[in-house]
Design a protein around this ligand. Structure first.
Ligand code: TYD
Length: 387
């Protein structure tokens, strides 16, 4: 299916760069072989992850708590060696690894974007600024030894060459080591018609079926999984070398559930395409109606996801006047492709619009709690998803 010409989701830009903006065709497809839903064309990762990367994991308090709990869970369940070594792929600003660092656990974060890697170091997280692949894994093994846990959060779906990761993980893990990652769950994207999870950085949307198929050739099996509410519905997958652990009942349950939901069938994705088109038409009609009534409409949070929504629906600043966001690097710039101005959060707070489009719908609970006053003063929330 096609979402048309798309800019990079996090390429917030200045006016002077409008004419040289980069676009590619956002065209995902379902692979009947490995069961991933994946992009057919992905821009060069070096164009996405660099010294000015705009996504900092720490912007949400909910995520800070989530990663604290994640670290406790890993330590209790899987770190039974006396001096364990934990490695994270795509460690961003250190939001997860700092919890291991604070406990004096040997750790290493691999993060290709220099600006976020620097923030991680400031939080005491040992960080290498590199792309992770099998070559780097060999160096890590020589320097640090085998890993008891290799972690990744919202990162595996970013990496085009999963074969290199499979090889690297099977090279690096101790015999009882675990590879644990979480990512937006394909089942939720289909259920919620959350097509905004599809953008340049998300090459893959995984399911339990897909993860099983991808890592089988590397002697790794799925031993456990846990549903997470983060990022609008995610799955945490735990893999280990074959026959090292009992397979938890959660794995068989999820595989059966996916069969009943048709995640392995092309027809399901044909229906998803129709649902996306319907969602686009309904959402833009609602915005047009509100605009005809003379409403001021603002976007709440300039998320990566919003880039897909705005460009697919062709929503420009005649419909959404501005988007407010708490990230300094995005403020004063314009949204990729549709060039809606990004203002600091205070602009929203000091001058409520009639309607706020909640682009960070995955943080709804946290945002509704702190923005109760907006609705009390008559403000209306809108999303392209039924929440
Ligand atoms: P997220 O949904 O994690 O983004 P993405 O789609 O890029 O994965 O939201 C992060 C963005 O939302 C970030 O730019 C900061 C912004 N944000 C706010 O402006 N206010 C908020 O209350 C929250 C939670 C996020």
């Amino acid at each position: 299916m096609s979402f048309g010409q798309m800019p990079l989701a996090n390429a917030f830009l200045n006016k002077k760069d409008f004419s040289s903006e980069y676009f590619y065709k956002l065209e995902p497809a379902f692979c009947e072989h490995c069961h991933t839903f994946q992009l057919t064309e992905q821009p060069n990762p070096r164009a996405m992850f660099h010294e000015n990367y705009a996504f900092f994991s720490r912007t949400s308090n909910y995520m800070i708590t989530h990663f604290q709990q994640f670290s406790h869970w890993v330590i209790e369940r899987y770190l039974h060696n006396k001096q364990p070594f934990v490695m994270e792929i795509g460690s961003n600003d250190g939001i997860l690894l700092e919890n291991f660092a604070h406990q004096g656990i040997k750790h290493l974060g691999i993060e290709p974007s220099a600006n976020v890697a620097e923030v991680a170091r400031q939080h005491g997280v040992n960080t290498e600024c590199q792309f992770f692949n099998d070559e780097l894994a060999q160096q890590v093994q020589q320097q640090y030894g085998h890993a008891d846990a290799i972690l990744a959060a919202n990162v595996m779906c970013h990496i085009p060459d999963l074969h290199s990761i499979g090889q690297a993980v099977s090279r690096l893990l101790t015999p009882k080591g675990v590879f644990i990652f979480e990512d937006p769950y394909l089942g939720d994207v289909l259920d919620k018609t959350a097509y905004d999870q599809i953008y340049d950085e998300h090459v893959y949307l995984f399911s339990a079926h897909a993860v099983t198929n991808i890592f089988k050739p590397y002697g790794l099996e799925l031993i456990n999984l846990q549903y997470q509410t983060t990022h609008g519905g995610s799955m945490r997958y735990v893999l280990a070398r074959n026959k090292q652990y009992d397979i938890d009942s959660s794995v068989t349950k999820q595989l059966t559930y996916e069969q009943t939901q048709g995640l392995h069938k092309m027809a399901t994705y044909e229906q998803f395409r129709k649902n996306c088109e319907h969602s686009r038409d309904t959402f833009t009609n609602t915005l047009y109606k509100k605009k005809q009534q003379g409403q001021q409409i603002a976007g709440y949070a300039a998320t990566s996801k919003s880039t897909t929504v705005l460009n697919y629906c062709q929503i420009k600043s005649d419909l959404i006047d501005f988007i407010s966001d708490t990230t300094a690097i995005k403020q004063g710039k314009f949204s990729p492709g549709m060039h809606i101005p990004i203002y600091p959060y205070e602009t929203f707070k000091e001058n409520y619009p009639d309607t706020a489009v909640l682009f960070a719908w995955n943080h709804k609970q946290e945002i509704m709690a702190k923005e109760a006053e907006f609705a009390q003063q008559g403000g209306q929330w809108l999303t392209h998803i039924d929440l």
